[in-house]
Write a protein that binds this ligand. Sequence first.
Ligand SMILES: NC(=O)c1ccc[n+]([C@@H]2O[C@H](COP(=O)([O-])OP(=O)(O)OC[C@H]3O[C@@H](n4cnc5c(N)ncnc54)[C@H](O)[C@@H]3O)[C@@H](O)[C@H]2O)c1
Length: 343
Amino acid sequence: MMLVRNFCKNSVIQIRRYSVDALKKKSPKILITGGLGQLGVECAKYLRGKYGRDNVILSDIIKPTSEIVNDGPYLFVDILDFKGLQKIVVDHRVDWLIHFSALLSAIGEQNVPLAVRVNIEGMHNVIELAKQYKLRIFVPSTIGAFGPDSPRNPTPNITVQRPRTIYGVSKVHAELLGEYYFYKFGLDFRCLRFPGVISSDPPGGGTTDYAIAIFHDILRKGQYECYLKPDTRLPMMHVKDALRALSEFLEVPNSKLVRRVYNVTSMSFTPEELVAAMSRHVSDLKITYRPDSRQDIADSWPQVFDDSEARRDWNWKPEVDLENLVKLMMKEVKEKIVLNGLD
Ligand SMILES: NC(=O)c1ccc[n+]([C@@H]2O[C@H](COP(=O)([O-])OP(=O)(O)OC[C@H]3O[C@@H](n4cnc5c(N)ncnc54)[C@H](O)[C@@H]3O)[C@@H](O)[C@H]2O)c1
């Protein structure tokens, strides 16, 4: 009898311990803003694989395809509407915010007032929101947060930042505001400076877009006209590495983070080096070069990004090199063409 009673007591203790552990390990509820751009859809897929389909809410101001809606929760969220943001966080009990909404470098230069609203006013809204509801907030920054006065090869984590695009100015503003909220209010602000991110999805109007467009044009038309000079070196990373970096960084305990903002990268290459790597997979590539205003932007950006602090503090390590990037892109862009047709 005594034995049975002890067994029951121990089992209750065990069950209590398991349920406390389960509660501790509860998946975070994540909201992604600007989620229908180049990074958001892939990011939602990645994080849903890790935290569960319903724990990752994708949002944007764009009407979604039925595929997006079938893949998981999707909501209309305008980052310029503070009350709307509050309602979503409360109604859906959001824990983490991944803030992707932005106008990128080339597009931002074409519409500066809108870039100021979306990139700067939008940032004011999400950071206040994160403070009010004690959210962990991730905001991506970029190599575009540096300028012609920064050392370009390599560009360290902490150095001069005097960008000459509204995109870069807004990202430096986001980095500084996030750090300020961390020191002043203890906000769990986290930021990675990404290089050009390469994936088979259409890019959003940045200066590194050529490294995506070249695969689409070569596989569709057999030729590509590049808007950068052949020897323009820029840091890059495949979306697989970018999302792994984001996901690992979000999980790092605060005690390990020496900074709130880290450089991450996988490689650096020029258009002619990319073409050389592609020519090992496709014969007779027809590439012409006609630099436009994006050349000036690229000439003020880092050529090689120093991510040694991320490697040191939270064990960041890239996995996709140029050869693998070309292999992945060839496969993924071909699949997209089969799915969507040649146009
Ligand atoms: N793609 C890259 O190579 C790269 C590199 C470095 C940093 N980043 C950063 O990562 C983030 C995502 O980049 P991306 O390439 O997916 O951008 P993208 O331009 O493809 O997507 C941005 C999204 O923001 C949305 N948006 C615009 N105004 C909005 C508003 N008022 N409310 C809500 N959403 C709004 C747009 O509809 C769009 O879907 C951006 O902050 C960008 O600065 C991207």
